[in-house]
Design a protein around this ligand. Structure first.
Ligand code: GLT
Ligand code: MN
Ligand code: MN
Length: 392
């Protein structure tokens, strides 16, 4: 045990589908036996995780009867209590069954859309039963290959109708649940509607109950789109919309890899942890730290637990590195130096005729500003040295 071993207070969580991943891919079958959800809860608790997340069908099979459901859920709840584990987030599988092959909320057939919404109502009952307060929507099949099959305008409208309806359900039932929308640019569909966190943030602003809907950005998905996860998460935090997060790693230009957190793009992971923890002075993210990743296909179950510990340990190491970086006096000096120009008089205070006149009167020397070196090379090198462990 060292300072980086995960403990419950760290708020780490994993999906049943992550540590339960059996290593199937499009080119080969499973390499690990499927574990019972109860065994997964026990294993996660032993690793130091605080929470376990699930899709409805990770726990309750698609065609289970009501009594089967109750028995499965009862046994799972006993395991949660015994292992002191919670379910911070739950979600609904709207992608596995053939019925959803052309989408769920955005499918052309109203019967498919009705089935999808009804399945989510049941999944929300389950989420509430397990004490989850966050409900994620990942529209895996909400997209197209043959784009002439529907107008994207209609698709977005149908998506809005479904989310508005389900917000109504949560409100009527008085469930203490908020929604978190997860974007992905493609896979399994050729193109997914609402492909990035930025698209989601705007879509949310058009919803009837926008106050109860935020985002669930995923490192791999933003990276697939060639975007900066840190910038997307920053925008979500700035608008109070970071309700949940999917931490993992990804090489650019690949399929969705869902790798162990920090195993690719270490500097991106460092900057993300720095932002989430607020070591640079911003308000920290206080929600669950969820890893939506899975072990390499080379691993047996022992390797899966190595993978889970690795995700959590890397997060904690990066947190310590970020704290040391922001406490470094040379880093602070550079950051302060960059912020001590002539004060912008009152832009933040908002428009007024007087403030506009003051702004016009302000003496600003563009050539002097343009000639100034910002010392970003030194700043970035300091970050690299902190990351490599040779400083701080
Ligand atoms: C699936 C997907 C993830 C989503 C999960 C929630 S399921 O594994 O690849 O990114 O977060 O539906
Ligand atoms: Mn995800
Ligand atoms: Mn993914």
């Amino acid at each position: 045990m060292d300072a980086f071993d995960p403990v419950r207070e760290d708020r780490f969580s994993f999906g049943l589908w992550t540590v339960g991943n059996i290593g199937r891919d499009p080119f080969g079958g499973p390499v690990r036996p499927a574990l019972d959800p109860v065994q997964l809860v026990e294993g996660l608790a032993e690793c130091g995780a605080a929470g376990v997340n699930l899709h409805d069908n990770d726990l309750v099979p698609f065609d289970a009867s009501a009594s089967e459901r109750d028995a499965i859920v009862g046994r799972f709840k006993d395991a949660l209590t015994r292992c002191h584990m919670s379910v911070p987030m739950a979600t609904c599988n709207l992608f596995t069954h053939p019925l959803f092959k052309d989408g769920a909320f955005t499918a052309n057939d109203p019967a498919v859309r009705a089935f999808a919404v009804r399945k989510c109502m049941d999944a929300l009952d389950l989420a509430n039963d397990l004490g989850a307060t966050i409900f994620v929507f990942w529209g895996g099949r909400e997209g197209t290959e043959a784009d002439a099959c529907r107008s994207p305008i209609t698709a977005i409208r149908h998506m809005r109708e479904a989310i508005d309806f389900l917000c109504g359900y949560v409100k009527e039932r008085r469930y203490p649940i908020v929604f978190a929308l997860e974007a992905k640019p493609n896979e399994p569909r050729g193109d997914t509607y609402l492909p990035t966190t930025g698209h989601m943030l705007h879509f949310i602003s058009t919803l009837q109950h926008h106050e109860m809907v935020g985002v669930n950005p995923e490192v791999a998905h933003e990276t697939m789109a060639g975007l900066s996860m840190v910038h997307g998460v920053g925008q979500a935090m700035e608008t109070g919309k970071l309700f949940h997060i999917d931490l993992n790693a990804q090489k650019i230009g690949r399929y969705d890899q869902d790798l162990r957190f920090g195993s690719e793009d270490l500097r991106g992971a460092f900057l993300l942890v720095r932002l989430l923890e607020g070591t640079a002075g911003n308000a920290p993210y206080t929600g669950p730290l969820h890893f939506d990743a899975h072990a390499y296909r080379t691993e047996d179950q022992q390797g899966v637990w190595d993978f889970a510990r690795g995700c959590m340990r890397t997060y904690k190491v990066l947190k310590a590195r970020a704290q040391a970086f922001d406490a470094d006096s040379e880093v602070q000096q550079i950051l302060q130096h960059n912020h001590t120009g002539v004060a912008h008089q009152g832009i933040a205070a908002g428009w007024s005729t007087e403030r506009a006149a003051a702004l016009r009167a302000q003496r600003i020397d563009p050539d002097a500003l343009g000639a100034r070196g910002l010392r970003h090379e030194r700043l970035d090198q300091l970050m690299i040295e902190h990351l490599l462990g040779v400083r701080g």
